[in-house]
Design a protein around this ligand. Sequence first.
Ligand code: ATP
Ligand code: MG
Ligand code: MG
Ligand code: MG
Length: 464
Amino acid sequence: TDCSVVDLLSGKFSVGQVVKVKGWVRTRRDSKAGISFVAVYDGSCFDAIQAVVPNSLSNYEEVLRLTTGCSVMITGEVVESPGQGQAFEIQATGVEVIGWVEDPDTYPMAAKRHTVEFLREHAHLRPRTNLIGAVARVRNSLAQAIHRFYHERGYIWVSTPIITASDTEGAGEMFRVSTLDLENLPRNDQDAVDFSQDFFGKESFLTVSGQLNAETYACALSKVYTFGPTFRAENSNTSRHLAEFWMMEPEVAFADLDDVAALAEDMLKYVFKAVLEERGDDMAFFAQRIEKQAISRLESFISKDFAQVDYTDAIEILLQSGRKFEMDVSWGIDMSSEHERYLAEEHFKAPVVVKNYPRDIKAFYMRQNDDGKTVAAMDVLAPGIGEIIGGSQREERLEVFDARLEEMGLNKEDYSWYRDLRRYGSVPHSGFGLGFERLVSYVTGMSNIRDVIPFPRAPKQADY
Ligand code: ATP
Ligand code: MG
Ligand code: MG
Ligand code: MG
C-alpha cells in the first residue's frame, strides 16, 4: 500500500503491514553493523520517517550513495521504533532510487541550517527545507481555516477582479496594466494599436483591494468575503510590505464598526486555534527555532479579549510613554510601525484594536463620526508586526458621501456605480482587510514577510 509519511507516523497503519513510501532523503546514517538509516520526508508533515535498510538488499551499494535530496521509493514493514523520537519506522525490504542528486557537494539545499537570505535566493528549492516546508503547511492551514470560518457563518465567497480602473485607497500605489499613452492613440488607425499593451484602450490597473466590489455584493447577499491577490506599487524595502500579497476582506451589511471588530477578533482566534490543532508539529518547530512565544502567545490570545483603544487615547499613551520614537507623535499622524508595535508589544501585550482615526489620513469611503474630525475606522495591531488588519464602517449616506468626494477633489462620475449602492436601498455596512502574509508572519514568528509567501514579489524580484 502507498502511504504518506504523516499517515505512517500518526499510526494509520498497523505494525507488520507492508507499505510503500515515496519521498526525498533528508539524511542518511550508516552503522558499522551493516545497516543504514535513511530519513525520508514527503512534505505531508514536519517529520521524516526512518527507514532501516539492511546490507542484505541487492542494491545496498546504491543506498550507501544516497544523499540529501535524492528521491526514493521505500518498501517495507511497519515496525515500532525502539528510538526516542517516533513511534514507528520502516524495516526496508526494497529501496528504489528514483532520482539522484547530481553533484551532492554543490546541492544548495544540503542538510544544514541556511540563512533566510540564502533561501530567498533559491525560492524554487527552498520548499525542500524544514523551515519553508513548515511555513507552507501553516499558511495552508490558515487559509483553509479562514474559508471554514466564513463558510460556517453563512458568508458567501465572492471573487473580485484583479484588473480594475478604480483606486480604492486613493493612495496612488497602483501598478498600471495599460502602458500606452491613451490620450494620444492614433485617431483613425485604432487597428494599428497593440491592445495587449493597454487593456483594449481602457486605462486600468492591478487592484489594491477588492473592497468596493465586495461592497456591491454585501449590499445584496448580506455577508460576503473576498480572498485573493492584491498589488501595491510601494517601492519600499520593508519586512512587512510586498508588491503582491493576499488579502482577505469580509464585508457585512447592517453591521457597524463594533460588529466587524468583533468579527475580526473571532476570526483571528478561530484560525489561531485551528493552526495549533492542525499544525502542532510545525508550530513546535517555530517555537524552538524562530520565536519562543510562537505557541504560548497564540494560546494566550485565544483565551483573553483583545485590547481596544480609541485612536485619540492611543496617541495619548504614546505621548505618555516617555519613549523617543523616530517619528514624532501628535494627534493626526498616521502611526508608523514603531508606534503600532509599542502599543501591541509593550503597552497592551496583546493584539489591540485601535478605533476612530482622524478622517484626514483615511480613505474617502469611511463613515464620518459626529465629532467632525474622525471616521469609524479600525486597525488591528499585532505584537511583532504592527497593523495586520485595516477596516471601517462605510459611509452609506449619499449626501455625506458626495460632500466628501467633492472635498477630496474626486469625480462623482467615476464613482457612479458605487454611489448607486447609496441611492437604491442603502444600508449601513462595514468590513475589513486582513493582510494574509502578515497573519502568517505573526503566527510563525517569521520576521520578514518575503519568507511566508512562496514567491515574493518586491522591488526587482519577479524571476520565478
Ligand atoms: P501599512 O500601513 O502597513 O502600509 P495599509 O494601511 O497601507 O498598511 P490597508 O490599505 O489598510 O494597508 O490594507 C489592509 C491590510 O493589508 C493591512 O492591514 C495589511 O495587513 C495588508 N497590507 C497592506 N499593504 C501590504 C503590503 N504591501 N504587503 C503585504 N500586506 C499588506
Ligand atoms: Mg500602506
Ligand atoms: Mg496603515
Ligand atoms: Mg490600513
